[in-house]
Design a protein around this ligand. Structure first.
Ligand code: ZN
Length: 157
């Protein structure tokens, strides 16, 4: 298991746009594996490559339904709306209430290079939007209706 250092808000790498992956080489496969290890180790539900300092369009997500690895993910459809609180491993202790689509369809490449489409509703839709935002240098707090700390979040149950 190889853990990578999670970059925190204020680190300029989080504000940069990530580049598409053109060749899925050993370096990208190691990155995917390390990102999954790092996400699970921090009890996160998603992690994007810029959060470990790598400006590549690579994302891992697990909302409790198994690991999803996404290379060059693009949202191709979105519908509905949901308003929920979300947090981020790069912004510890702060949670934001955001409006996100209720459902998204995302096109991406698998680690083996084949293209696939995944559909997400609920928490998965939020995670897909949140992680893809990271690839464009956007943090959840930029879009939040309001921000709260952990204590306030727990009060809301
Ligand atoms: Zn995040």
């Amino acid at each position: 298991m190889a853990l990578r250092n999670i970059r925190k808000d204020g680190d300029e790498v989080l504000r940069k746009k990530s580049k598409e992956v053109d060749v899925i080489n050993e370096k990208i496969l190691t990155l995917l594996k390390d990102m999954a290890d790092t996400m699970y180790n921090s009890d996160g539900v998603g992690l994007a490559a810029p959060q470990v300092g790598i400006l590549r369009r690579v994302v891992v997500i697990d909302v409790g339904e198994g690991l999803i690895e996404l290379i060059n993910p693009v949202i191709t459809e979105q519908s509905g709306e949901q308003t929920e609180f979300e947090g981020c491993l790069s912004v510890p202790g702060i949670y934001g209430e955001l409006k996100r689509p209720a459902k998204v369809v995302v096109k991406a490449l698998k680690a083996k290079g084949e293209q696939f489409e995944t559909e997400g509703t609920g928490l998965l839709a939020i995670a897909l939007c949140h992680e893809i935002d990271h690839l464009d240098g956007i943090l959840f707090k930029d879009k939040a209706i309001r921000l709260v700390d952990k204590e306030e979040l727990e009060k809301k149950g």
